[in-house]
Design a binder for this molecule. Structure first.
Ligand code: PDD
Length: 287
């Protein structure tokens, strides 16, 4: 079955999905993106992802290339054309194609590209046993809350993790863990509180994070949205990360520090169960 992508108004074979060399995304990383999971053909928390997409565009003084309702119809059509039940939807909007000049071009149409891929879920043994992460300096810009396609610092950190055969790189600003290269970071302290960096300009406020913190609070698990340091990681009872592709993934080692019992802890497991239940209730997907 051939893979179909969407490029500026057309559904095309994936190998023919091209943009112009003067697309400002290509030349300046002048654009934003979203990555949304879908199960049984239904977007998981689609509304929250579309809200974040609109906010990212607003921050870059860009507009939606079409109404939200129209975009939702195109997304549905694209998923159908790919004959996929479960997977990931990538949406990218750039300022458009214009002669290379740093300032915003006048009268340019935003470029919209969407692709669909197979799910990138963690392996069962990673969820069961937990994963290792390494730390890297956080060398990113000051507006990490915008889901910008400018991901150079993120991919350099992720590659360091891959080189170290670790699942993720946790980013350090001074002594503080901000987040992962493509995920949010959490510890559970010895009081049983889930601690994660506040959703401000220093991190990307994950949709998984938003949903999970709400589920935690609704189920009586205490949450503290405050920055934590590497020393607090060392002293933590549990650790984990979240993202659209990883869901809730236990972390059992950070650099050479073993976390808690070196096994996924009870709070992480409870949160994972709550999140799995959330996916089931919204999409019918059973893990
Ligand atoms: N990444 N922080 C960063 C830097 C991220 O890139 C991501 C997601 C997250 C988690 O956000 P969410 O829960 O909304 O997926 C946090 C996606 C998966 C990506 O780049 O493909």
């Amino acid at each position: 079955m051939s893979r179909i992508s969407y490029v500026n108004g057309r559904y095309v074979n994936h190998h023919e999905a091209m943009v112009h060399v003067e697309d400002r995304g290509y030349q300046f990383a002048d654009g934003i993106y979203e990555y949304v999971a879908f199960y049984n053909g239904m977007l998981l928390d689609g509304d929250l992802h579309f809200d974040r997409l609109e906010r990212s565009l607003y921050e870059l003084q860009m507009h939606m290339p079409m109404s939200r309702a129209a975009l939702e119809i195109v997304v549905e059509e694209l998923i159908e054309r790919n004959f996929k039940q479960d997977g990931g939807l990538y949406i990218q909007i750039t300022r458009g194609v214009a002669r290379r000049d740093h300032g915003f071009p006048k009268r340019v149409r935003p470029a919209l590209v969407m692709t669909v891929c197979a799910p990138k879920l963690p392996k069962a043994h990673e969820v069961a046993a937990g994963v290792r992460v390494i730390t890297q300096p956080d060398i990113r810009w000051g507006r990490r809350d915008i889901k910008s396609i400018s991901l150079l610092a993120n991919i350099l950190a992720k590659q360091e993790a891959a080189n170290a055969v670790a699942r993720e790189a946790w980013l350090l600003e001074g002594k503080v863990v901000t987040e992962g290269s493509a995920s949010n970071a959490y510890i559970v302290n010895k009081k049983g509180e889930v601690v994660t960096h506040p959703a401000n300009e220093k991190i990307l406020g994950g949709i998984t994070r938003d949903v999970l913190l709400r589920l935690a609070q609704d189920n009586g698990i205490p949450v503290a949205e405050k920055a934590f340091t590497l020393a607090q990681v060392e002293d933590a009872a549990e650790a984990f990360l979240t993202s659209t592709s990883a869901n809730v993934l236990p972390v059992v080692k950070v650099d050479d520090m073993i976390i808690g019992s070196s096994r996924p802890g009870p709070v992480t497991q409870k949160l994972n169960a709550l999140y799995t239940q959330h996916i089931l209730m919204q999409t019918g997907k059973q893990f």
